[in-house]
Design a protein around this ligand. Structure first.
Ligand code: GLU
Ligand code: ZN
Length: 307
């Protein structure tokens, strides 16, 4: 059964940009008769705040989105990710990396350094047993990196069009033992049979790495639809500090979830800003080819009602 998904990190309230992307993801899936998965990307224990699982789900529901059970939490799936990392290491497809961020930066900048590499300069790729042991003995903890064919990968994005980007020996497990986003996203999207990954286009540049992970794992990659970001008037990605950007903030200004839904849908070209619409109405009008390809600039200081 093909599925779509929305995969927030429960680290705070969803803002209007997140909510808009969630609406597009839902419309993509439901217009295709697909199931819709809500997946909490909650592996970064330093930033997860438990109250936001429910608050994020409530906000999505308030907009009229629904999803199929079970709701997925990546923190329940750690054993699965660790098995994959172990297997990749055992097969020689991943290797331990002891570098600090600073060492990586310096290696990349060194005059005789491996300037041909876009990302990680492969310092630890060819360490001998003795060199590894020495690093372990000095108390360094290893991250694990995928052994990739250093190159660029092209793909056709359903919204952004033909896209291309570099792939390096990316981290699949951080040195605190946490499986890395670029690994788990691929495992989970395949496990949920995600047909089209719909997400904000700040992740467009991660996609080549994820396609490479899928290739190395022998998994069929999904298709991708990267939705342009919502920006604040300063041109930066919309953030909480920009003002009234969450459903709760808008509610405090007297704007209802239904009004926010109409406003967000209007920015997708699906209705007038003040037109009452349900998600079912929007579904009937949805055409992926009509999605905007430019970022939306949103001024949180302006009311969204009566535009
Ligand atoms: N958890 C990521 C975020 O909240 C989304 C990852 C994805 O959609 O692949 O930005
Ligand atoms: Zn290294």
């Amino acid at each position: 059964m093909p599925s779509g998904r929305f995969a927030p990190s429960p680290t705070g309230d969803l803002h209007l940009g997140n909510l808009r992307t969630a609406m597009v993801a839902w419309l993509f899936a439901r217009s295709d008769g697909a199931t819709f998965v809500l997946r909490f990307e909650d592996l970064d224990t330093a930033t997860v705040r438990p109250e936001y699982y429910q608050r994020q789900a409530d906000d999505l529901a308030a907009l009229g989105l629904d999803w199929d059970e079970p709701v997925i939490r990546q923190s329940d799936r750690l054993a699965i990710y660790h098995d994959v990392v172990d297997r990749l290491v055992a097969e020689g497809l991943a290797y331990p990396c002891y570098c600090s961020r600073r060492e990586i930066r310096e290696a990349a900048q060194a005059p005789n350094g491996p300037s041909t590499h876009e990302g990680y300069p492969q310092t630890c790729r060819h360490l001998s047993h003795a060199e590894r042991s020495a690093r372990e003995r000095s108390g360094r903890r290893a991250a694990y990196r995928l052994r990739t064919d250093e190159r660029s990968i092209r793909f056709d994005d359903l919204v952004a069009g033909p896209s291309e980007g570099p792939v390096d020996d990316l981290v699949i497990q951080r040195n605190d033992g946490t499986p890395a986003y670029n690994l788990v996203v691929v495992i989970d999207d395949v496990a949920s049979e995600i047909d089209v990954v719909v997400r904000a286009d700040d992740l467009l540049s991660s996609t080549p790495r994820q396609l490479e992970v899928a290739r190395v794992l022998g998994l069929p990659p999904p298709r991708y639809a990267h939705v342009p970001l919502v920006l604040s008037p300063s041109g930066d990605r919309l953030a909480k500090r920009d003002g009234a950007v969450t459903l709760a903030d808008r509610g405090a200004l007297g704007e209802t979830p239904a009004q926010v839904r109409s406003f967000l849908a209007s920015t997708l070209g699906l209705c007038e800003p003040d037109e009452p619409v349900t998600m079912a109405d929007l579904l009937a009008r949805f055409d992926p080819a009509g999605l905007p390809t430019q970022p939306l600039v949103l001024d949180p200081d302006r009311p969204i009602v009566g535009l």
